[in-house]
Design a protein. Structure first.
Length: 137
């Protein structure tokens, strides 16, 4: 890791959608300035609708993998939880932020309605990540 690069960790319950999106956005917009990872209470698999929603904005997360919070360790400069319930307890870190986003995987309806839920969460996360990247320099 480069000297002076801030380490940023995004957390959600399953590391399947919200934290994966946040990780990908920060890597895309400021990956040269931050070492970024994401994790969850329990590692699962990346949700296919998260992959699809991110692909719509030109970001491919299909090669990312779900990790548990135990796998990523401690000592993060910034930890951001992006869940509205059942958030993991952040490991020891500097700045802790809580962004409340509903789990789009729990959305009901047909495929179009479910994809719309992923898009709404994606767009909200993108705005917050852009602001965070700017705030952290």
């Amino acid at each position: 890791m480069l000297e002076g690069v801030k380490r940023v960790l995004f957390l959600c319950s399953h590391n399947a959608a919200r934290s994966q999106m946040a990780e990908a956005f920060l890597r895309t917009y400021a990956g040269d300035r931050f070492a970024v990872e994401s994790a969850g209470t329990k590692a699962t698999t990346i949700h296919p609708l998260a992959v699809r929603a991110m692909r719509e904005v030109g970001i491919d997360i299909s090669d990312q993998r779900s990790k548990s919070v135990d796998e990523v360790g401690e000592g993060w400069d910034v930890v951001v939880t992006v869940c509205d319930a059942n958030c993991p307890i952040p490991p020891r870190s500097g700045l802790k932020l809580r962004w409340s986003f509903p789990d789009p995987a729990l959305a009901g309806g047909d495929d179009d309605q479910r994809l719309a839920a992923f898009r709404k969460v994606r767009d909200g996360i993108e705005k917050r990540v852009r602001s965070l990247a700017s705030r952290l320099g």
